[in-house]
Design a protein around this ligand. Structure first.
Ligand SMILES: Nc1ncnc2c1ncn2[C@@H]1O[C@H](COP(=O)(O)OP(=O)(O)OP(=O)(O)O)[C@@H](O)[C@H]1O
Length: 262
């Protein structure tokens, strides 16, 4: 394993019965780098994240983690019984073992110190996400895993949240692996984008991915035709289920192909 990597994935496939959800994926997560997983519903993003967390066993392939890797995980949603009175402070106490100073520091890192005594039930979408992020930070993670961190947050709050995630990466020098549906919002705060549709359709810096034909095919950016597309060799296309089909002919391949790394 390369010592610069915290996690190294090679040839990973995960199937549920006959359904291959992750198909021969290789990638690495590096210290200090933000990796964003992007892909349509059902593409396998959460499955891949669960495998990285060690919650799912690979059907094929290997996931290597650095020996003492500490992971902080922020779930997509947390359902808390509304009849159960719970302040942010108590909520954070239920997470990892942490001192009062640690809790204050974590809340400070997400700019939510003022919420300490507030009920979790009265938080806005954006505030709740910050508290969940603070909770993930209590473990002093080397790898922070975030499943759609901006879900339920209004558009201004989303931009703020992604900036916050980038500042947390700077402060903790941790790796970040996050799932997002919105590349243009995360662009400024991402080093590596992996466009997933069971296999890796394309990957690289966000600018590169956002102009990749396979990304445009999946997400249909308005006005994509006006973008200067960078071209590369396409060797397949997808049907509506994301399954791989051979290219029908050369002309059609420009708009239906999924190229990039395999
Ligand atoms: N434990 C499981 N057993 C059987 N099928 C599963 C299981 N977990 C996930 N799947 C299936 O795997 C596919 C990928 O699911 P996954 O949740 O990884 O997708 P996703 O990319 O995160 O989707 P979304 O964007 O909708 O959250 C789906 O078709 C799902 O039904």
């Amino acid at each position: 394993m390369n010592p610069a990597n915290l996690v190294e994935i090679s040839g990973l496939s995960i199937s549920f019965g006959n359904n291959t959800v992750i198909d021969n994926i290789s990638m690495a997560l590096m210290q200090g780098e933000i990796t964003t997983l992007i892909g349509p519903n059902g593409a396998g993003k959460t499955t891949l994240v669960k495998a990285v967390l060690g919650l799912l066993t690979p059907t094929e392939g290997v996931i290597q983690r650095s020996a003492t890797l500490r992971i902080g995980y922020m779930p997509q949603k947390l359902h808390i019984d509304t009849t159960f009175p719970l302040t942010v402070e108590r909520f954070l106490k239920t997470a990892a073992f942490a001192s009062t100073a640690d809790r204050h520091q974590a809340l400070q890192s997400v700019r939510a110190e003022n919420l300490l005594k507030q009920s979790v039930h009265s938080l806005s979408g954006g505030e709740m996400q910050r508290v969940l992020l603070a909770r993930a930070l209590l473990r002093k993670p080397e790898l922070l895993v975030l499943d759609e961190p901006a879900q339920g947050v209004d558009i201004n709050g989303q931009t703020e949240l992604y900036k916050l995630i980038a500042s947390i990466r700077d402060k903790y020098n941790c790796a970040v692996l996050m799932i997002s549906h919105d590349l243009h919002l995360v662009m400024a705060a991402t080093d590596q984008v992996i466009c997933l549709n069971h296999h890796i359709c394309c990957s690289g810096h966000p600018e590169q991915v956002s102009t990749d034909p396979s990304y445009i095919e999946l997400f249909g950016i308005p006005g994509a035709e006006d973008l200067a597309l960078y071209s590369h060799h396409h060797n397949h296309r997808h049907d509506n289920h994301g399954d791989i089909l051979p290219l029908p002919d050369k002309q059609e391949s420009d708009h239906t192909a999924c190229g990039g790394h395999h």
